[in-house]
Design a protein around this ligand. Structure first.
Ligand code: ADP
Ligand code: MG
Length: 283
Protein backbone atom coordinates (compact mmCIF):
# COMPACT_ATOMS: atom_id res chain seq x y z
CA UNK A 1 0.00 0.00 0.00
CA UNK A 2 1.28 3.43 -0.87
CA UNK A 3 0.83 6.35 1.54
CA UNK A 4 1.23 9.77 -0.02
CA UNK A 5 1.46 12.15 2.92
CA UNK A 6 1.83 12.47 6.67
CA UNK A 7 -1.94 12.98 6.92
CA UNK A 8 -2.55 9.71 5.08
CA UNK A 9 -0.24 7.95 7.56
CA UNK A 10 -2.24 9.41 10.45
CA UNK A 11 -5.45 8.23 8.79
CA UNK A 12 -3.98 4.78 8.20
CA UNK A 13 -3.02 4.58 11.89
CA UNK A 14 -6.51 5.68 12.93
CA UNK A 15 -8.18 3.13 10.65
CA UNK A 16 -5.85 0.45 11.96
CA UNK A 17 -7.31 1.00 15.43
CA UNK A 18 -10.59 -0.47 14.15
CA UNK A 19 -8.97 -3.66 12.85
CA UNK A 20 -6.99 -4.47 15.99
CA UNK A 21 -9.73 -6.58 17.55
CA UNK A 22 -9.68 -8.80 14.47
CA UNK A 23 -5.91 -9.15 14.14
CA UNK A 24 -3.48 -8.84 16.98
CA UNK A 25 -3.07 -6.28 19.73
CA UNK A 26 0.72 -6.47 19.37
CA UNK A 27 2.20 -4.43 16.55
CA UNK A 28 5.85 -4.20 15.57
CA UNK A 29 6.83 -1.26 13.36
CA UNK A 30 9.82 -1.81 11.12
CA UNK A 31 11.41 1.04 9.18
CA UNK A 32 14.36 3.39 9.16
CA UNK A 33 14.65 6.57 11.17
CA UNK A 34 12.06 9.04 9.87
CA UNK A 35 10.02 6.34 8.13
CA UNK A 36 6.93 7.42 10.02
CA UNK A 37 6.61 4.78 12.74
CA UNK A 38 5.80 7.27 15.47
CA UNK A 39 3.48 9.14 13.09
CA UNK A 40 1.58 5.89 12.62
CA UNK A 41 1.24 5.55 16.42
CA UNK A 42 -0.09 9.12 16.65
CA UNK A 43 -2.81 8.16 14.17
CA UNK A 44 -3.47 4.90 15.97
CA UNK A 45 -3.90 6.74 19.29
CA UNK A 46 -6.40 9.14 17.70
CA UNK A 47 -8.31 6.19 16.27
CA UNK A 48 -8.41 4.60 19.73
CA UNK A 49 -9.89 7.79 21.18
CA UNK A 50 -6.81 8.77 23.16
CA UNK A 51 -6.73 12.54 23.63
CA UNK A 52 -3.18 12.82 25.00
CA UNK A 53 -0.77 13.72 22.18
CA UNK A 54 1.63 10.88 21.40
CA UNK A 55 5.32 11.77 21.37
CA UNK A 56 8.30 9.60 20.59
CA UNK A 57 9.36 7.50 23.57
CA UNK A 58 12.99 7.43 22.38
CA UNK A 59 14.48 8.70 25.63
CA UNK A 60 12.13 7.01 28.04
CA UNK A 61 11.90 3.80 25.93
CA UNK A 62 8.23 3.40 26.75
CA UNK A 63 5.14 5.56 27.05
CA UNK A 64 1.73 4.44 28.13
CA UNK A 65 -1.67 5.98 27.34
CA UNK A 66 -4.81 4.76 29.12
CA UNK A 67 -7.53 3.58 26.74
CA UNK A 68 -10.88 5.42 27.00
CA UNK A 69 -12.61 2.13 27.91
CA UNK A 70 -10.78 2.29 31.23
CA UNK A 71 -9.37 -1.18 30.56
CA UNK A 72 -5.80 -1.49 29.36
CA UNK A 73 -3.47 0.99 27.69
CA UNK A 74 -1.77 1.77 24.47
CA UNK A 75 1.86 1.08 25.34
CA UNK A 76 4.42 2.47 22.91
CA UNK A 77 8.02 1.23 23.03
CA UNK A 78 11.07 2.44 21.14
CA UNK A 79 14.17 0.27 21.61
CA UNK A 80 16.30 2.32 19.23
CA UNK A 81 20.04 1.70 19.82
CA UNK A 82 19.25 -0.53 22.76
CA UNK A 83 21.08 -3.78 22.17
CA UNK A 84 20.19 -5.02 25.62
CA UNK A 85 16.74 -3.99 26.80
CA UNK A 86 17.62 -5.09 30.36
CA UNK A 87 14.85 -4.38 32.85
CA UNK A 88 12.69 -2.97 30.10
CA UNK A 89 12.10 -6.49 28.81
CA UNK A 90 10.31 -7.38 32.07
CA UNK A 91 8.13 -4.32 31.66
CA UNK A 92 7.42 -5.33 28.07
CA UNK A 93 6.62 -8.93 29.00
CA UNK A 94 4.16 -7.69 31.61
CA UNK A 95 2.42 -5.39 29.18
CA UNK A 96 2.29 -8.06 26.48
CA UNK A 97 0.62 -10.43 28.91
CA UNK A 98 -2.34 -8.10 29.44
CA UNK A 99 -4.81 -8.79 26.59
CA UNK A 100 -6.50 -5.41 27.16
CA UNK A 101 -3.33 -3.59 26.16
CA UNK A 102 -2.39 -2.52 22.69
CA UNK A 103 1.38 -2.76 22.47
CA UNK A 104 3.32 -1.04 19.70
CA UNK A 105 7.06 -1.51 19.33
CA UNK A 106 9.63 0.43 17.30
CA UNK A 107 13.08 -1.17 16.81
CA UNK A 108 12.00 -4.45 18.32
CA UNK A 109 14.95 -6.60 17.20
CA UNK A 110 16.40 -6.88 20.68
CA UNK A 111 13.09 -8.06 22.14
CA UNK A 112 11.91 -10.20 19.22
CA UNK A 113 12.14 -13.33 21.38
CA UNK A 114 9.42 -11.90 23.63
CA UNK A 115 6.94 -11.17 20.85
CA UNK A 116 4.31 -13.78 20.00
CA UNK A 117 4.80 -15.25 16.54
CA UNK A 118 1.40 -14.02 15.36
CA UNK A 119 1.99 -10.36 16.13
CA UNK A 120 1.42 -7.85 13.37
CA UNK A 121 4.47 -6.49 11.61
CA UNK A 122 4.12 -3.26 9.67
CA UNK A 123 7.00 -2.46 7.34
CA UNK A 124 7.31 1.19 6.42
CA UNK A 125 9.63 2.19 3.61
CA UNK A 126 10.35 5.77 2.71
CA UNK A 127 10.06 6.03 -1.07
CA UNK A 128 10.50 9.80 -1.22
CA UNK A 129 10.09 12.79 1.10
CA UNK A 130 6.35 12.30 1.46
CA UNK A 131 5.46 8.85 0.24
CA UNK A 132 5.77 5.63 2.16
CA UNK A 133 5.33 2.04 1.04
CA UNK A 134 3.58 -0.04 3.67
CA UNK A 135 3.57 -3.79 3.96
CA UNK A 136 1.58 -5.69 6.53
CA UNK A 137 2.79 -9.05 7.70
CA UNK A 138 1.62 -11.26 10.46
CA UNK A 139 4.29 -13.83 10.43
CA UNK A 140 7.61 -13.01 11.94
CA UNK A 141 9.51 -15.36 9.66
CA UNK A 142 8.33 -13.64 6.53
CA UNK A 143 9.21 -10.33 8.07
CA UNK A 144 12.70 -11.39 8.98
CA UNK A 145 14.25 -11.10 5.55
CA UNK A 146 12.86 -7.63 5.06
CA UNK A 147 14.09 -6.19 8.28
CA UNK A 148 16.49 -3.30 7.90
CA UNK A 149 19.01 -4.73 10.32
CA UNK A 150 22.29 -3.01 10.98
CA UNK A 151 20.89 0.24 9.69
CA UNK A 152 20.60 2.18 12.86
CA UNK A 153 23.59 4.43 12.31
CA UNK A 154 23.37 7.78 10.55
CA UNK A 155 20.96 7.04 7.77
CA UNK A 156 21.43 9.48 4.96
CA UNK A 157 19.05 10.45 2.21
CA UNK A 158 19.57 8.33 -0.87
CA UNK A 159 20.99 10.49 -3.65
CA UNK A 160 19.02 10.69 -6.88
CA UNK A 161 19.33 7.48 -8.85
CA UNK A 162 20.88 7.77 -12.29
CA UNK A 163 19.38 5.89 -15.21
CA UNK A 164 22.14 3.34 -15.41
CA UNK A 165 21.58 2.34 -11.82
CA UNK A 166 17.85 1.94 -12.07
CA UNK A 167 17.80 -1.65 -13.23
CA UNK A 168 17.80 -3.84 -10.20
CA UNK A 169 20.53 -6.14 -9.08
CA UNK A 170 19.21 -9.62 -8.68
CA UNK A 171 17.58 -9.80 -5.27
CA UNK A 172 18.65 -12.45 -2.82
CA UNK A 173 21.86 -13.13 -4.68
CA UNK A 174 24.14 -10.18 -4.28
CA UNK A 175 27.90 -10.38 -4.17
CA UNK A 176 29.18 -7.26 -2.48
CA UNK A 177 32.72 -6.10 -3.15
CA UNK A 178 34.29 -3.21 -1.28
CA UNK A 179 37.53 -1.33 -1.88
CA UNK A 180 38.43 1.31 0.68
CA UNK A 181 42.16 1.17 0.03
CA UNK A 182 42.20 4.38 -2.01
CA UNK A 183 40.69 7.84 -1.53
CA UNK A 184 37.86 6.84 -3.86
CA UNK A 185 35.81 4.08 -2.27
CA UNK A 186 34.48 1.48 -4.69
CA UNK A 187 31.43 -0.65 -4.01
CA UNK A 188 30.29 -3.39 -6.38
CA UNK A 189 26.87 -4.99 -6.05
CA UNK A 190 27.30 -7.84 -8.52
CA UNK A 191 28.26 -5.98 -11.72
CA UNK A 192 27.06 -2.57 -10.67
CA UNK A 193 29.79 -0.20 -9.60
CA UNK A 194 29.41 2.73 -7.23
CA UNK A 195 32.15 5.14 -6.23
CA UNK A 196 32.38 7.86 -3.62
CA UNK A 197 35.17 9.92 -2.10
CA UNK A 198 34.53 10.18 1.61
CA UNK A 199 37.54 11.88 3.18
CA UNK A 200 37.35 12.10 6.97
CA UNK A 201 33.77 10.93 7.23
CA UNK A 202 34.46 7.42 5.89
CA UNK A 203 33.93 5.72 9.27
CA UNK A 204 30.78 7.67 9.93
CA UNK A 205 29.21 7.38 6.47
CA UNK A 206 30.33 4.12 4.87
CA UNK A 207 27.73 1.78 6.33
CA UNK A 208 24.86 4.16 5.60
CA UNK A 209 26.17 4.71 2.08
CA UNK A 210 26.23 0.97 1.37
CA UNK A 211 22.78 0.63 2.88
CA UNK A 212 21.46 3.38 0.59
CA UNK A 213 22.91 1.65 -2.50
CA UNK A 214 21.17 -1.57 -1.43
CA UNK A 215 17.92 0.29 -0.88
CA UNK A 216 18.14 1.82 -4.35
CA UNK A 217 18.24 -1.74 -5.62
CA UNK A 218 15.29 -2.71 -3.45
CA UNK A 219 17.64 -4.99 -1.57
CA UNK A 220 18.51 -5.41 2.09
CA UNK A 221 21.56 -6.71 3.94
CA UNK A 222 19.97 -10.16 3.87
CA UNK A 223 20.19 -10.24 0.07
CA UNK A 224 23.99 -10.30 0.24
CA UNK A 225 25.31 -13.82 -0.22
CA UNK A 226 29.05 -13.15 -0.35
CA UNK A 227 31.45 -10.34 0.47
CA UNK A 228 34.72 -9.51 -1.25
CA UNK A 229 37.22 -6.99 0.03
CA UNK A 230 40.35 -5.36 -1.33
CA UNK A 231 42.55 -6.21 1.62
CA UNK A 232 45.49 -4.01 0.67
CA UNK A 233 47.98 -2.56 0.45
CA UNK A 234 46.62 0.97 0.53
CA UNK A 235 45.32 3.66 2.84
CA UNK A 236 45.79 2.60 6.47
CA UNK A 237 42.63 4.26 7.73
CA UNK A 238 40.60 3.18 4.70
CA UNK A 239 41.60 -0.46 5.04
CA UNK A 240 41.04 -0.47 8.78
CA UNK A 241 37.52 0.95 8.46
CA UNK A 242 36.59 -1.17 5.45
CA UNK A 243 37.87 -4.38 7.06
CA UNK A 244 35.94 -3.75 10.27
CA UNK A 245 32.76 -3.31 8.26
CA UNK A 246 33.16 -6.38 6.02
CA UNK A 247 34.26 -8.50 8.96
CA UNK A 248 31.20 -7.50 10.95
CA UNK A 249 28.83 -7.92 8.02
CA UNK A 250 30.05 -11.38 7.09
CA UNK A 251 29.86 -12.47 10.71
CA UNK A 252 26.37 -11.05 11.26
CA UNK A 253 25.00 -12.33 7.97
CA UNK A 254 26.79 -15.69 8.14
CA UNK A 255 28.15 -15.35 4.61
CA UNK A 256 31.60 -16.04 3.15
CA UNK A 257 34.25 -13.34 3.13
CA UNK A 258 36.98 -13.24 0.50
CA UNK A 259 39.93 -11.04 -0.26
CA UNK A 260 40.64 -9.65 -3.74
CA UNK A 261 42.54 -12.87 -4.60
CA UNK A 262 39.31 -14.79 -4.03
CA UNK A 263 40.77 -16.39 -0.91
CA UNK A 264 38.20 -17.07 1.81
CA UNK A 265 38.97 -15.84 5.33
CA UNK A 266 37.08 -16.04 8.62
CA UNK A 267 38.08 -12.39 9.10
CA UNK A 268 40.16 -10.10 6.94
CA UNK A 269 43.37 -8.73 8.39
CA UNK A 270 44.32 -5.82 6.14
CA UNK A 271 47.68 -5.86 4.41
CA UNK A 272 48.81 -2.30 5.01
CA UNK A 273 51.98 -2.86 2.99
CA UNK A 274 54.04 -0.87 5.45
CA UNK A 275 54.09 -0.26 9.21
CA UNK A 276 51.41 2.12 10.46
CA UNK A 277 52.50 5.71 10.14
CA UNK A 278 51.30 7.17 13.43
CA UNK A 279 51.57 10.93 13.61
CA UNK A 280 53.00 12.01 16.97
CA UNK A 281 50.64 14.18 19.04
CA UNK A 282 51.15 17.89 18.41
CA UNK A 283 51.65 18.85 22.03
P1 ADP B 1 10.06 7.27 12.94
O1 ADP B 1 9.31 7.08 14.22
O2 ADP B 1 9.87 6.16 11.96
O3 ADP B 1 11.53 7.54 13.15
P2 ADP B 1 8.54 9.73 12.71
O4 ADP B 1 7.12 9.33 12.59
O5 ADP B 1 9.01 10.21 14.04
O6 ADP B 1 9.48 8.54 12.17
O7 ADP B 1 8.88 10.85 11.66
C1 ADP B 1 8.49 10.81 10.33
C2 ADP B 1 8.75 12.17 9.72
O8 ADP B 1 8.46 12.15 8.34
C3 ADP B 1 7.89 13.26 10.34
O9 ADP B 1 8.68 14.42 10.44
C4 ADP B 1 6.79 13.45 9.33
O10 ADP B 1 6.32 14.79 9.32
C5 ADP B 1 7.50 13.14 8.03
N1 ADP B 1 6.63 12.58 6.99
C6 ADP B 1 6.52 13.05 5.74
N2 ADP B 1 5.69 12.31 5.02
C7 ADP B 1 5.26 11.33 5.81
C8 ADP B 1 4.39 10.21 5.61
N3 ADP B 1 3.81 9.97 4.44
N4 ADP B 1 4.19 9.39 6.65
C9 ADP B 1 4.80 9.61 7.83
N5 ADP B 1 5.63 10.63 8.08
C10 ADP B 1 5.87 11.49 7.09
MG1 MG C 1 9.96 6.92 16.19
Amino acid sequence: MLIHSEQEMLDFGASFAKSIAKSSNIIELVGDVGAGKTTFVRGLATGLGIATPVTSPSFTISKSYALPSGKGSLVHYDFYRLSDPGLMSEDLAENLANPDNIVVIEWGESVSNLLPSNHVVILINKTNTESRMIKLLNNRNIAFRDRPRLTRSGLSEARPVTTGERERVEKGNIRLFLDTSKPETILMLNDKKYTHTFGHDLAEQLLAWIHDRLTENHATWQDITEIGFMSGPGSYTGLRIGASIVNTLSHELHIPLKDHHDQTHPIIIPDYGHPAHITPPRK
